[in-house]
Design a protein around this ligand. Structure first.
Ligand code: ATP
Length: 381
């Protein structure tokens, strides 16, 4: 049983509050991903759980026990850092074997050999066992460090960007292996990444950290469809979500939002009207993802907005077209065979089914269109 609870944790380095009153529960056996910009406090949070940093305030609990004063080695956690921290004089084999030779976990050499074989095959480093860390590439070193972390089965794995230095193909493969491993052993994992795709594909739940504070926790779906503010909305998805500045105004018993200074009204769905009416500002921002914007080169109808093509950028199997309307740039996701000239006229239309509304003053989430339907679908699974 290794539920992790952080209660009101504050950790300060000089003037910098690396963690600011953080409260968080990571459930037993959960794969929890910590996500956030550089300097948000992710590594400090991991180190606080590992016992490598000690908070000035708050409680750290593992498996229901307060561990604030328990030494790192006695917490039964296994941590892998982005900067490897391998023993330079030991071979790959001995580096990976080292946790099992420690006084606390002492295992016999046959057991160790079986465990090292298993993990080095999984990491695709079983041909490097005799080498020293200095004879390895960064990606190989990182896999050795990950292997050393995974070779025993602690209560808690703490992983700080363990795949950052691997090429895209290997990273994809490793993600699959990690996920499978997680489901086959009973361990709680907290995993730090900068890669939103990695966060979304691995996580049971995600915690977004910014300036030392937990901004939102939830599933990948919740982060993507119901982000608690514009900051979270921008973190998930490529291209970054478009945030359109608009004004709401009432007409009869409905509410309308006008965007891009154009005479186009975006009709909120029925269940959105009440929430927009109750919002105490007329400044409304609409979050619209690139794949919810349709485009055409001939004007299909009056409700389409006219713009010009500002940029066209291929990304993997899609093209991101930047459309300029007035001063606003919209990122539109297009099929990868889209051919378009810069400055060419283009017409766009929003799929309002997936519009997300934010308070323009606070940038906080108000509601998404068809919220009740979305919630019902979520409940059904
Ligand atoms: N030992 C330290 N001494 C002084 N300041 C520190 C120390 N460790 C971290 N900090 C500061 O605390 C803040 C949080 O750092 P932390 O490394 O936890 O962020 P992070 O989210 O892991 O960042 P990154 O994604 O860049 O690794 C940063 O402002 C950092 O400069």
């Amino acid at each position: 049983m290794a539920q992790i609870e952080l209660e009101n944790i504050t950790k300060q380095f000089g003037d910098v509050k690396a963690l600011d009153n953080v409260s968080l529960t990571v459930r037993d056996n959960e794969f929890f991903v910590l996500f956030g910009p550089a300097g948000a406090g992710k590594t400090t949070l991991l180190k606080t759980i590992a016992g490598a940093e000690f908070p000035e305030k708050g409680l750290v609990k593992i498996g229901g026990n307060i561990v604030n004063h328990v030494e790192s080695k006695d917490r039964n956690v296994s941590m892998v850092f982005e900067n490897y921290a391998l023993y330079p004089n030991l071979s790959v084999y001995d580096n990976i074997a080292s946790p099992m030779r420690s006084k606390l976990y002492k295992k016999d050499e046959d057991y160790i050999k079986t465990a090292v074989d298993k993990v080095t095959k999984m990491m695709k480093i079983n041909h490097l066992l005799e080498r020293k860390p200095s004879q390895l590439s960064n990606g190989q070193r990182q896999r050795v460090a990950l292997g050393r972390c995974l070779v025993r089965t602690p209560n808690v794995f703490l992983m700080d960007e363990p795949l950052a230095h691997l090429d895209a193909k290997l990273r994809h493969f490793m993600r699959g292996e990690l996920k499978e491993m997680q489901t086959s052993i009973n361990s709680t994992t907290i995993y730090v990444t900068h890669d939103y795709m990695e966060a979304m594909s691995l996580a049971d739940r995600i915690g977004v950290l910014n300036h030392g504070e937990i901004v939102q926790t939830g599933t990948a779906q919740e982060m993507y469809y119901t982000p608690c503010n514009e900051f979270v909305a921008r973190l998930f998805g490529e291209p970054e979500i478009n945030i359109l500045e608009g004004k709401k105004y009432a007409r009869e018993d409905s509410v309308y939002v006008k965007v891009l200074e154009q005479d186009v009204l975006l009709y909120p769905s029925e269940d959105t009207i009440q929430a927009l009416k109750e919002t105490d500002t007329d400044d409304i921002h609409i979050g619209m993802r690139g794949n919810d914007i349709k485009f055409a080169f001939e004007k299909p109808g009056d409700e389409w907005l006219e713009g010009t093509i500002y940029a066209n950028e291929p990304i993997g199997n899609k093209v991101i077209m930047t459309v300029l309307i007035g001063d606003t740039k919209l990122a539109v996701t297009c099929p990868n065979d889209t051919v378009a000239e810069l400055d060419q006229k283009v017409y766009v239309k929003f799929n309002m089914m997936n519009a997300i509304y934010f308070n323009g003053e606070t940038q906080k989430f108000i509601i998404r269109n068809n919220m009740s339907r979305y919630m019902a679908e979520k409940r059904e699974g």
